[in-house]
Ligand binder design. Structure first.
Ligand code: SAH
Ligand code: SF4
Ligand code: F3S
Length: 492
């Protein structure tokens, strides 16, 4: 750890540390107690509780990590606020595309102004972007007002790092290259009471040639099935009805455990948990999607009727250079098999436009897959060059205007198909998990179908967290309007 010694920055009475536990998670609970004492001292000086704000960029993994950060901050006495004008602001960053990084630099300028007004303020940065050496160098150079920087591998040490940052007068930086450690049983504060992400694995071993994730998230590590089951059982006891199992490639779950387990086997165990109603998972890599998984999905009562199956490109030639290890034909076969086993399943995908060397013919292959599969929805991305990945040094980067034109064509096609597909469910009555009160209209609540589509219906806050039968009365492109089918609601 780099720690530049000087006088401490915030005025606290430093606690003399004795007998720091060496094992985890005990060590972190010990530091939470110390941090709690410091937070109390600062709150007494300020005359009101200290506030925090966690801003999350990126994917579901980061969202889940942020819940762990919040869990610790609340435990040590900080109170959440919805503005970044807080006593502790932390950015949990993403670096999958260049624009994710630019957003962070832009917003740091605003935080610097808040910090000038508030002597108690601490600014922390963590997440994927911090695993890049160039980023940390830039922060050390031009963003000296940041107090704490750590990465993806040592997030479990957050309590200990807060104590270090509070006791130090300059930037505390702790970045690990990789880890084989998985620390269980730290505090977590869920954003939703009724649904939760559950990490089943960390890292990625696939090295798709455009992707930075394996470099910033490290090697693939699976959690023990019994730890996953125990966590879900606790969540269910605490009111959770839906879980989203998280991993960069859930289909290769369990391969490296001492006693190997397949993802399909894990799903069957999760299915047995009484009180759990819905199971989702993200993300499925086509190369590892097994017949066993398709079978389990076919007979499951709880696995949601939605599969996110990233295509990236429809051109077998480009897929090879992308190192995806499947081709167009294999992908289309998979789609047929899945639809045969689960006829009403919604399929969604990720597509990259403008990968180096992508020709008009390659792009047409992507359009062809889009037309053949008819995705319920698709996330489309413009290729972003990530330093250090093999694709970044490939010649033949596609000109921006060509990419833009292809992107627009793809988006139009994807949107047209999504709208047509959505229309098909209108008039049906289906179970909806009510998730929140509608932001624009408080007389409405918003929920999701098993296939992940959004539904708005008249309702009240007490419906949140319940699965109710809803008649889909109208389709508005990407969402539905509905009404309770049990006679307890009125039409929108
Ligand atoms: N593990 C998941 C994807 C995680 S990243 C999988 O393999 O499917 C989420 C999505 O970001 C990817 O599916 C890809 O479409 C997109 N992405 C990743 N790197 C990118 C890059 N360099 N430029 C543009 N999009 C990228
Ligand atoms: Fe990136 Fe490929 Fe790993 Fe997904 S599977 S995170 S796209 S390297
Ligand atoms: Fe971004 Fe890291 Fe997720 S780079 S997409 S937050 S794994």
């Amino acid at each position: 750890m780099v720690r530049m010694k000087m006088k401490k920055k915030i005025d606290i009475e430093i606690i003399d540390k004795k007998q720091i536990p060496q094992s985890e998670p005990e060590r972190q609970y010990y530091f939470m107690d110390i941090a709690k004492n410091y937070v109390e001292q600062l709150a007494a000086k300020k005359g009101s509780p200290l506030t925090f704000h966690v801003t999350t960029f990126g994917c579901q993994m980061n969202a889940r990590d942020s819940e762990k950060l919040v869990g610790i901050l609340e435990r040590i006495g900080y109170v959440e606020t919805d503005t970044e004008e807080a006593d502790f602001v932390i950015y949990n960053t993403c670096t999958v595309r260049e624009n994710a990084n630019n957003k962070v630099y832009g917003r740091l300028g605003v935080l610097q102004n808040y910090k000038k007004k508030n002597p108690h303020m601490l600014i922390g940065l963590c997440g994927c972007m911090m695993q890049e050496t160039v980023v940390v160098e830039k922060l050390k150079e031009s963003y000296r007002f940041v107090d704490l920087i750590f990465g993806t591998h040592n997030i479990y040490k957050f309590a200990e790092l807060i104590v270090t940052a509070m006791e130090s007068d300059s930037m505390t930086i702790d970045i690990w290259k990789d880890t084989d450690q998985i620390v269980e049983d730290l505090p977590v504060e869920r954003k939703y009471s009724f649904k939760s992400g559950v990490n089943i694995m960390f890292g990625c071993n696939n090295f798709c040639s455009y992707c930075i994730v394996p470099y910033v998230r490290g090697r693939e590590r699976s959690r023990e099935p019994k730890e996953i089951i125990r966590e879900i059982e606790q969540l269910v006891a605490d009111g959770v009805v839906e879980v989203m199992l998280l991993g960069q490639n859930v289909n290769s779950y369990g391969k490296n455990l001492k006693e190997p387990v397949t993802f399909a086997q894990l799903l069957e165990e999760v299915e047995k948990i009484e009180g759990l109603e819905r199971i989702r998972f993200m993300t499925s890599h086509p190369k590892d999607l097994s017949d066993e998984l398709i079978e389990v999905m076919g007979r499951s009562k709880k696995i949601c009727k939605h599969l996110h199956l990233p295509l990236q490109s429809g051109s077998s030639r480009i897929l090879k250079i992308m190192n995806r290890r499947y081709d167009k034909e294999h992908y289309l076969e998979l789609v047929d098999k899945i639809r045969a086993a689960v006829p009403d399943i919604a399929l969604t995908t990720d597509i990259i436009v403008g990968f180096p060397g992508e020709t008009e013919e390659d792009f047409e292959e992507t359009m062809d897959v889009v037309r053949k599969v008819r995705y319920d929805s698709a996330f489309t991305f413009i290729y972003s060059k990530r330093t250090g990945t093999p694709a970044a040094s490939m010649e033949e980067q596609v000109p921006e205007d060509v990419i833009k034109a292809r992107f627009d064509r793809l988006l139009k096609e994807v949107q047209k198909i999504s709208a047509e597909k959505a229309e098909a469910l209108t008039g049906q009555t289906l179970p909806v998990l009510i998730e929140e009160q509608n932001e624009q209209d408080a007389s409405l609540v918003t929920g999701r179908l098993s296939n992940n589509s959004v539904v708005h219906l008249p309702g009240t806050a007490d419906m949140i967290g319940k699965i109710l039968d809803v008649k889909l009365t109208e389709c508005r492109g990407f969402y539905y309007l509905g009404e309770r089918a049990d006679g307890n609601g009125q039409t929108v």
